[in-house]
Design a protein around this ligand. Sequence first.
Ligand code: G5P
Ligand code: MG
Length: 294
Amino acid sequence: MCTGRGGGGWMRGERRGSARRGGPGPSDALSCPAGTRAGLRQQAMASKLLRAVVLGPPGSGKGTVCERIARSFGLQHLSSGQFLRESLGGGGELTELPNKSGVRCRDGCGAVSSSIPVPEVGVLAKQYLERGLLVPDHVITRMMMTELEKRREQHWLLDGFPRTLGQAEALDRICELDLVISLNIPFETLKDRLSARWVHPASGRVYNMDFNPPHVHGVDDLTGEPLVQREDDKPEAVAARLRKYKDAAKPVIELYKSRGILHSFSGTETNKIWPYVYTLLSSKIPPVLSDEEN
Ligand code: G5P
Ligand code: MG
């Protein structure tokens, strides 16, 4: 829960009883009769706001897993990489992303757009993104803090942030995490996945020519617009991203491990990891969709 550890944080004491805004909420998913032990546990879970993070190297499936979690549990999926890519889009125009599936949400779940001044972040981040390098801590931290401040009354799930110890410390100052998921995927698997990835730039929807191809080759399922390959999925950038990730992430993973909130999942297939992730999340927050419905 976000207690404002570190003092004076704007999220201090935010969580209890704040719960949802609009749309079906946690109680809609409750199945146990009120007053039973299981029912009381579910009510307690539902009244807390979940603060979760998914860590993993490029191509490990953070986005894929986060999207499934967002749909299944009605969380806001906040991807630092997606916010940055939107900021490169230019023009300063911001678009609300559609909820991909139209499923039940607690707070308007699914990936969401950033509303940070786009040109400013874009200018600062462009050179790093194109070369597959980490964007400096002060740029990414400011962007993410702005986004989190706007979502202090919503359940959220961070995808790709924090990625350095400095970022983890900044996050610590505003909230206490409940859960960190770390995805461990072999290097060769990562390289193969990234070279087969195609994205729909406007929404951030991700496809893979082997794993989840679009219905029609080269076009987005929902809009019919063309899919593109990310600049940083080119081989030279991929290698740099994988190297950088390892160095920077190690102390972050150690930190969360020492706090007892780290849950690591290893494997080469997201579909095999997913049921374990679903079970873990279910112990923290009542689902809005069953495992099979996702
Ligand atoms: P991003 O956008 O966070 P990365 O590099 O961390 O980028 P990426 O590439 O987005 O991570 P992912 O989200 O972990 O990968 O993986 P994904 O997109 O879900 O899956 C990868 C591909 O594999 C997809 O095509 C998917 O369909 C497929 N796939 C998934 N599961 C399976 C499977 O089981 N089998 C198969 N065959 N395929 C599968 O960050 C981008 C850049 O922004 C900056 C950095 O420059 C970064 O490089 N940045 C930051 N800089 C500093 N600090 C931060 N906190 C930053 N955050 C972003
Ligand atoms: Mg991603």
